[in-house]
Design a protein around this ligand. Structure first.
Ligand code: HAM
Length: 422
């Protein structure tokens, strides 16, 4: 039997209501913060990601789904959206249309990671990117937007971590300090961290290995080596977060897994999802657009993992979503009325009344059971003496009240049925 690829998941009809609910919350919040939706292709030229995210990152060096197409071009299934949004921003000269572009997305991403709870190979992110301003107000806005969405989903147990990675000059100077600190401790580090010492030294802070953490406990911190401009920017971000009542902690050890960040970085962590606890991550990337070949344009953004968020919602029992219901179920008393039932059902469906009827030759009792199972608000009973008199029975399933209605009066039924919640 052919099964879904490890690390990918089918989202089945009974899970969809949660996804829809979450997507509605995201869309509403994005709209109130005035972000416009963008959709980009699922695959791009590989160079976009290796240049944008950084060759030495785990994503680019280990996790991308990269393949040659039949023309010999190296393509990659997008592992994240920021590079794609940047590419579209440059390609369509979005900066010429307006100075500041505030964009959002909800889309599948692909990374060949070791699957576990909350870590998939095809997963979904929602996120936002603001391109064209270096104002710290936008860094804070991103954090507030992400935090507000997670709060609107009823999540508690959230920790907002913020840090600043400064500008490349101060970061490079700091890397030398870190290198010096670690140079006589290399033998104490794990093999992975020893490799990172040469390729991506900041990421050693991310190691989960006890020995590495012990060594890094006393390491010099980038925040103490920041340039004035980055420090002032960081202060402004923190001030606005406090004004917005977003609780946060500065985590000087927060380094992100993508190379494009400058100044602010942040993550929102949940205490409710086990080891894959980062629900959301983001930061400022003032040099990315230039690195991708565009005219310089500062940017800031975040992305959040939908599967992880749903896991957190489940563990915190934070979503109460009404079960699916049906407007109308048509029960036919007599098999000879099958065509009439089809016909009547179609008239309601064409008036956008969500209607179902039997296709399986079921008994009247079984049709009634099906109407209940589908949570039908109303049932039409078609047949018997009423039908011979040109009528049908309309039954309100919530109070059991029945009415005899002429078969000609479909509009009356429609008006009754469209008054949802009554
Ligand atoms: P990221 O930290 O790589 O950032 O991913 C953001 C979020 O996507 C994570 O916090 C996590 O919730 C989710 N995620 C990542 N990998 C997986 C996975 N394998 N399975 C399930 N969920 C996952 C970015 O992607 C950046 N583009 C964020 C950004 C936007 N920075 C600036 N703008």
């Amino acid at each position: 039997m052919i099964k879904a690829i490890t690390g990918t998941k089918d989202i089945l009809p009974f899970d969809i209501s949660k996804w829809r609910y979450l997507e509605n919350v995201i869309r509403e919040k994005m709209q109130s913060f005035n972000y416009k939706e963008i959709r980009t292709p699922v695959f791009e030229e590989t160079a976009l990601f290796s240049r944008g995210i950084g060759e030495a990152t785990d994503i680019v060096s280990k996790e991308m789904y990269t393949f040659l197409d039949k023309g010999g071009t190296s393509l990659t299934l997008r592992p994240e959206m920021t590079a794609s949004v940047g590419r579209a921003f440059i390609e369509h000269s979005l900066s010429a249309k307006q100075n500041l572009n505030k964009l959002f997305y909800i889309a599948p991403m692909f990374r060949q990671e070791r699957p576990q709870a909350g870590r998939l190979r095809q997963f979904h992110q929602f996120g936002a990117e603001a391109l064209g301003s270096d104002s710290p107000a936008l860094d804070s806005e991103m954090i507030i937007l992400a935090f507000d969405i997670l709060k609107a989903l009823g999540l508690n147990g959230l920790t907002v971590k913020v840090n600043s990675l400064g500008v490349p000059q101060s970061r490079e100077a700091y890397k030398n300090v870190l290198k010096e600190y670690l140079s006589d401790k290399l033998n104490l580090l794990s093999e992975e961290s020893r490799k990172r010492f040469y390729t991506n030294i900041l990421r050693i802070f991310d190691s989960k290995e006890e020995n590495d953490q012990e060594v890094m406990k006393n390491a010099p911190l980038l925040i103490d080596y920041l340039d004035q401009e980055s420090l002032q920017h960081f202060e402004a971000v923190k001030k606005l977060l406090s004004c917005a009542s977003v609780p946060f902690e500065v985590d000087p050890r927060l380094v992100r897994g993508l190379d494009y960040y400058t100044k602010t970085t942040f993550e929102i962590i949940s205490g409710a999802v086990g080891s894959q606890s980062a629900l959301c991550g983001g930061g400022r990337y003032d040099l990315l657009i230039e690195q991708l070949g565009g005219k310089p344009a500062p940017g800031v953004g975040f992305a959040a993992g939908i599967e992880r968020i749903l896991l957190a919602c489940e563990n915190e029992n934070s979503l109460t979503i009404d079960g699916e219901s049906l407007d109308l179920y048509i029960i036919r008393l007599d098999k000879s009325l099958q065509d009439k039932t089809f016909d009547l059902g179609l008239s309601f469906r064409r008036k956008n009344i969500n209607t179902e009827f039997d296709y399986l030759d079921r008994s009247v009792k079984a049709q009634m059971r099906e109407a209940n199972r589908l949570n039908a608000r109303y049932v039409i009973i078609l047949g018997g003496e009423e039908y011979l008199n040109g009528q049908l029975i309309l039954k309100n399933m919530s109070d059991g009240v029945q009415e005899n209605i002429s078969l000609e009066q479909l509009d009356y039924i429609c008006s009754k049925l469209s008054k949802k919640g009554e």
